[in-house]
Design a protein around this ligand. Structure first.
Ligand code: AMP
Length: 300
């Protein structure tokens, strides 16, 4: 079955302690759609400006990503994010965010997008996430991601969104900001009360925790020896997860743990290069090999 991914399609300028790279392909939807495309047919919904390089369109196409829902505003500027990492790459600082064409974008789903069964509302302004749900005809499973910025400036919209999605994915810092709980398990309990049946808290290089009707699942991270750039790891995680769910037989409850492990592994490839460079070099075979390794490491 297919996956619809909406989110930012961006140009990212990224600084790590060892290198600096301007105007790379980035954005929550770019990372997530490329990750999902390893597992299932993927439709991208987003908007770019006239400055968006043709080579990045070709990259989406190389992954078989459907682009009927990628709008281009010739006179506008593509969303641009710049960030800087500390030596401990779990810590980063946003240096600048230019919303550009996203600021006035109201998404319109092309006909066949409306019937997408698996929907990922990747990190973008909550009103855009709502506008996408409003146009869906028969969603089977909706996952939403977010970030601290939207909690700061659009909390009521985000809280309303949580009542409309099946699963919510956020990182540890965001979970703390939303609930005022330091303890991950107390935070999970509070977030369920806001609406979602499944909640996943990402813990960077320490893995992720899923909470659902059948209890918790603790997923380790893939043990990478060298992280080049973790930008987009969270988006690759959730993209890989929903892509795997869309490809698997049976219901979500049955497949969610394996989906999280496939998301974890897809995110590990993302961290091995700047932007999407390493993710785009991965293969389904290489992903499956790391899943097996992780399975062996976590079994006891
Ligand atoms: P992650 O590392 O998974 O948190 O995702 C990083 C990606 O999120 C980058 O490629 C950015 O372009 C994108 N991004 C940064 N700020 C925002 C924002 N305010 N809304 C949506 N996407 C963003």
């Amino acid at each position: 079955m297919s996956v619809l991914v909406v989110g930012t399609t961006a140009l990212d300028s990224i600084k790590t302690p060892s290198a600096e790279n301007p105007r790379l392909l980035g954005g929550s939807a770019s990372h997530a759609a490329i990750a999902a495309s390893f597992f299932a047919p993927t439709k991208l919904l987003g908007v770019v400006g006239g400055d968006f390089p043709a080579k990045y369109i070709k990259l989406y196409q190389k992954h078989g990503i459907e682009l009927a829902g990628l709008e281009r505003v010739k006179a506008g500027q593509t969303f641009h994010w710049s960030g800087e990492y500390e030596v401990n790459m779990n810590n980063r600082r946003t240096l600048d965010t230019v919303l550009g064409v996203i600021e006035s974008w109201s998404p319109k789903l092309p006909g066949d997008y409306k019937a997408a069964p698996y929907v990922l509302l990747a990190n973008i302004a909550p009103p855009i996430q709502h506008a996408v749900i409003d146009q869906l005809s028969r969603p089977k499973f909706i996952v939403a991601d977010t970030m601290d910025l939207w909690m700061n400036i659009m909390l009521p919209d985000l809280l309303r969104l949580l009542k409309r999605v099946d699963a919510f994915v956020l990182n540890e810092g965001e979970a703390h900001q939303l609930t005022q709980e330091d303890n991950v398990f107390s935070a999970l309990k509070k977030i369920h009360k806001l609406g979602p049946k499944y909640v996943i808290i990402k813990k960077g290089s320490h893995g992720a925790v899923l909470s659902g009707p059948k209890g918790f699942f603790i997923a380790p991270a893939y043990p990478l020896k060298k992280v080049v750039d973790p930008t987009g790891a969270g988006d690759s995680f959730v993209g890989g997860m929903i892509g795997y769910l869309a490809s698997a037989k049976g219901d979500v409850e049955k497949n969610l743990r394996r989906a999280i492990i496939h998301g974890t592994v897809t995110a590990s490839f993302c961290c091995e290069g700047f932007g999407v460079v390493a993710t785009t070099k991965a293969t389904r075979q290489a992903i499956d090999a790391r899943v097996k390794e992780l399975e062996a490491l976590a079994r006891f």
